[in-house]
Design a protein around this ligand. Structure first.
Ligand code: NAD
Length: 351
């Protein structure tokens, strides 16, 4: 298989936690350029994951002058559109982290450039490749749930505020738990429903716990002075066919149960949720039953590896992406509408 030359922009959290190890395991990429505002981060990544002659930059525009096939955009949300667009314009395919962009206008510009240049634009919604999500998607596609008319998109943490990097900075991230984790949950939910026709969005956001100290937070106390995003956000999304989605997201909320990015679906034939693995509920032979697949069987695969493989084949062989940029664009628009609705107190209607 042809090796793809890759450049990395942003060499910290998600680069080291997800992409760099997965690229290395994949084996069909060689990373020849690294960029970070902090040169030492790019240098460290190069030493572990780069080719011996890989170059290190602090300005992504210099990295883009390199002869690369693909560029990974692993920087804070406010830079996703700028770097991705510049990369596609300079002839590179792009793997961009979630959320697609800070605003709908930026995300729309990314999709437009991808269409015009013919470049692959993949968004890092790796939750779709989890075993529970893959199984549930198959069940949805096979019609096992029937017509899905109610869903919940859940990403609720009791006290797990990310205190590193710029996550609390509204200007750099565009928002808090909604744009950070709610984006995964909504992406999964719309994908399961295979319904991207939104009619209206109503939202509430809260910043109620951000000024507290002695927080009991998983990653240590946050600095209230730097906490400029919401600490929880909720949305009510009506689709054109009447189907309804309730979105719940929080980094800090006074409730006992925490749910990672999850979806709950209610259809005419069956329902499903991701509590305690995956549960599909239905009535069978006049009895209520719950199917609980053993997701450790059948060659489980790391979602990060699936993501890299799909990206590789999309670039090298023209294979279809699973996460279509047009789908990520709808997710971005709904999130923006929740923020707008929370700010104006009005329901936002889509055309
Ligand atoms: N897919 C997931 O589940 C997941 C999980 C965590 C983070 N993310 C996303 O990844 C992105 C980065 O998050 P992170 O946790 O890695 O943050 P981070 O702060 O750990 O790392 C970001 C890095 O980008 C660098 N950077 C900032 N602006 C830059 C620029 N213009 N050019 C070059 N480098 C620049 C910073 O110096 C930093 O080293 C965010 O958009 C976040 O939403 C996704």
């Amino acid at each position: 298989m042809r090796k793809l030359r890759a450049g990395i922009v942003g060499c910290s959290g998600i680069a080291n936690d997800k992409h760099l190890p997965a690229i290395q395991r994949n084996g069909n990429f060689e990373i020849t350029a690294f960029c970070d505002l902090f040169e030492e981060r790019a240098q460290t990544a190069k030493e572990t994951y780069g080719t011996p002659d890989a170059r290190v930059y602090t300005d992504y525009r210099e990295l883009l002058r390199e002869d690369l096939d693909v560029v990974y955009v692993l920087t804070p949300n406010s830079t996703h559109a700028e770097v991705s667009i510049a990369a596609m314009e300079s002839g590179k395919h792009v793997m961009c982290e979630k959320p697609m962009a800070k605003t709908y206008a930026e995300a729309k510009a990314m999709v437009d450039v991808a269409h015009r240049t013919g470049k692959v634009l993949n968004i890092g919604y790796q939750c779709r490749y989890r075993a529970d999500a893959q199984y549930l998607k198959q069940a949805c596609e096979d019609g096992e749930l029937g017509d899905i008319y109610f869903a919940k998109a859940l990403a609720v943490r009791r006290r797990a505020v990310p205190t590193w990097g710029v996550f609390l900075d509204k200007d750099k991230q565009g928002g808090g738990p909604l744009i950070d984790m709610g984006t995964h949950a909504l992406d999964m939910t719309l994908w399961m429903m295979d319904n991207y026709e939104v009619e209206s969005v109503t939202g509430s956001t809260f910043q109620k716990l951000a000024d507290q100290t002695n927080t009991g937070n998983r990653w240590g106390d946050w600095d209230p002075a730097k906490f400029t995003v919401e600490d929880s956000a909720f949305g009510f999304i009506k689709m054109k066919n009447g189907a309804t989605i309730v979105l719940e997201s929080s980094w800090a909320l006074n409730m006992v149960e925490s749910e990672g990015a999850q979806t709950l679906l209610c259809g005419t034939k069956a329902g499903a949720d991701m509590k305690d693995g995956l549960r599909i509920n239905r009535v069978h032979y006049g009895r209520q039953c719950i199917e609980k697949p053993d997701l450790t069987t059948g060659m489980p695969e790391n979602p990060d590896d699936i993501e890299q493989r799909i990206f590789y084949h999309a670039v090298a062989d023209g294979a279809e992406l699973v996460v279509k940029p047009e789908q990520a664009l709808v997710v971005t628009r709904v999130l923006e509408a929740i923020y707008e609705s929370a700010g104006t107190g009005k329901t936002i209607y889509f055309d």
